[in-house]
Design a protein around this ligand. Structure first.
Ligand SMILES: *[C@@H]1O[C@H](CO)[C@@H](O)[C@H](O)[C@H]1NC(C)=O
Ligand SMILES: *[C@@H]1O[C@H](CO)[C@@H](O)[C@H](O)[C@H]1NC(C)=O
Ligand SMILES: *[C@@H]1O[C@H](CO)[C@@H](O)[C@H](O)[C@H]1NC(C)=O
Length: 457
């Protein structure tokens, strides 16, 4: 009996020790929804530890505990994280807010790896073909290079993080002035430092919910009542695309949007389009976008039930119902929000919502931008100017991982496995109608078909 008791206490003791050695870092954002789901994740982890009879783990939330600009690009978090590690810390687990964890399975997995080595573990992705979102890296052999699915969480050893910190401090790495996909860029940094430190794939780091998953990203769930009629879709086009792209829009998601308008450089009553008398520019479109914001603000003033402007390119492929579901998590009439896919530009940079993925503005954001945001030049890049204005005018830019600047083929299978994508972009080497049917039609077809707009001219 005594023997069993001693064994039992020894076992307890070893487990007790173990859990002090993992630190969780949740990459969070500055808004109520993000705080809520980060907090839920934190509480769930505490609860899991408690039910396993383990001590409370250390969990940090990036915006609250570190608050470094560009934290989502990961490298700015390395020094603050090393600063809070303790002598016994074995692993740092980086998580997105939407990541789900089974602590027991995660501890079992990590036990199989040597934390004293330079090592990192996650759900490994690789490109199917060279892609623009990864700067066409490894175009000779795209499947060779492995990078993590951040939504599945990443485990990093302390020695690896320390090496990375000193590599960065010595200025040995080329500083990126353009951030698109932090998982790929971070993996590339490690690869540049030492090309034998490729991410280790472990099957218990999953890209969607499944049996025996220690981690996985949760599929998006709406936060409340969904109402498509609160969204105004403004589609940017120009004469050149009135035939092909506009036809695709009209044959796909357009039929499910209640409020919608095409903005072009030329009026065409067959579509119909609104022309704002802004000369078309080959690139940039800043002037045109600002005029659209001013014009649509008047529509919003006429119809107080409108809550969101969706600014869409004519070659963006999207789901109306999924966009509506995403907006439910950000319905706050007093806080300005822009939702989109986040890119970052410049070394002391700024974030901006990349245009092709579609950009969602709530009414307070629309009011501020329409009255205060100006274009340096008519053909400045509109999305970057929106990013700069958001930063200067105190508008919260929210990253929606389900919005995409590129085509489905540009993303690894695992990156899209939660099947909650909201937008894709580009008609190029693909059949946009089929992309819509494959990803979005089933959800959109639950909505009523909306008759086409008649413009009151
Ligand atoms: C390290 O942590 C201390 C307190 O815990 C804090 O005062 C200091 O600013 C931190 N340094 C860095 C580089 O994050
Ligand atoms: C949107 O939300 C509604 C209401 O919660 C739900 O029934 C529907 O399945 C959701 N649709 C999508 C595409 O997520
Ligand atoms: C709504 O926004 C206001 C102003 O930023 C903020 O004080 C309040 O906490 C927000 N409410 C929710 C539920 O997010």
């Amino acid at each position: 009996m005594l023997f069993i008791y001693v064994l039992f206490t020894l076992f307890q003791f070893s487990v007790q020790l173990e859990n002090t050695n993992i630190i969780y870092v949740i990459i969070s954002q500055n808004n109520y929804y993000s705080q809520q789901i980060s907090n839920t994740l934190k509480q769930t982890l505490y609860e899991d530890y408690r039910s396993l009879g383990l001590n409370k783990p250390k969990i940090y939330v990036s915006k609250e505990d570190f608050n470094v600009p560009g934290d989502w690009t990961l490298t700015p978090l390395i020094s603050p994280i090393l600063n809070i590690t303790q002598p016994l810390t074995e692993w740092i687990i980086l998580l997105e807010e939407r990541t789900q964890i089974s602590v027991e399975l995660l501890l079992n997995t990590l036990r199989q790896y040597d934390f004293t080595k330079d090592i990192w573990i996650g759900h490994a992705l690789h490109d199917k073909e060279a892609t623009i979102v990864h700067h066409f890296a490894f175009y000779e052999n795209p499947t060779f290079f492995k990078y993590p699915n951040i939504g599945s969480g990443i485990a990093l050893s302390i020695p690896l993080l320390k090496k990375l910190e000193s590599y960065l401090k010595q200025g040995l790495s080329k500083q990126l002035d353009f951030h698109i996909d932090p998982s790929h860029e971070f993996a590339h940094l490690i690869y540049n430092m030492r090309n034998d430190l490729m991410l280790r794939h472990d099957n218990s780091f999953c890209c969607k919910k499944g049996p025996n998953c220690a981690t996985y990203p949760r599929k998006f769930k709406p936060c409340g009542c969904v109402d498509v009629s609160t969204i105004f879709f403004a589609i940017k086009t120009c004469k050149r695309f009135h035939e092909n792209r506009v036809t695709v829009v009209k044959n796909t998601w357009y039929n499910y949007a209640k409020h919608k308008m095409f903005f072009s450089d030329v009026e065409d009553s067959n579509i119909p389009t609104v022309s704002l008398n802004v000369a078309n520019t080959e690139q940039g479109h800043c002037q045109k976008t600002m005029e659209i914001l001013k014009y649509t603000l008047k529509e919003f003033q006429k119809n107080p039930l409108l809550k969101w402007l969706a600014l869409i390119d004519d070659d963006t492929i999207l789901s109306v119902s999924r966009i509506a579901n995403v907006t439910t998590c950000y319905n706050n009439d007093s806080q300005p929000f822009i939702l989109g896919e986040r890119y970052r530009f410049g070394i002391q940079g700024f974030d901006y919502p990349t245009g092709g993925a579609g950009i969602l503005f709530n009414v307070p954001a629309l009011q501020i931008l329409a009255s205060k945001c100006t274009c340096p030049r008519p053909d400045s890049p509109d999305d970057m100017v929106v990013g700069i204005c958001a930063l200067e005018l105190g508008i919260e830019l929210v990253y929606i991982p389900q919005m995409h600047q590129a085509r489905p083929d540009d993303y690894a299978f695992g990156r899209l496995a939660t099947n909650d994508a909201v937008t894709f972009h580009k008609h190029w080497m693909n059949d946009p109608q089929r992309v819509y049917e494959k990803w979005f039609l089933a959800d959109d077809s639950m909505l009523p078909l909306e008759p086409d707009v008649k413009l009151e001219l």
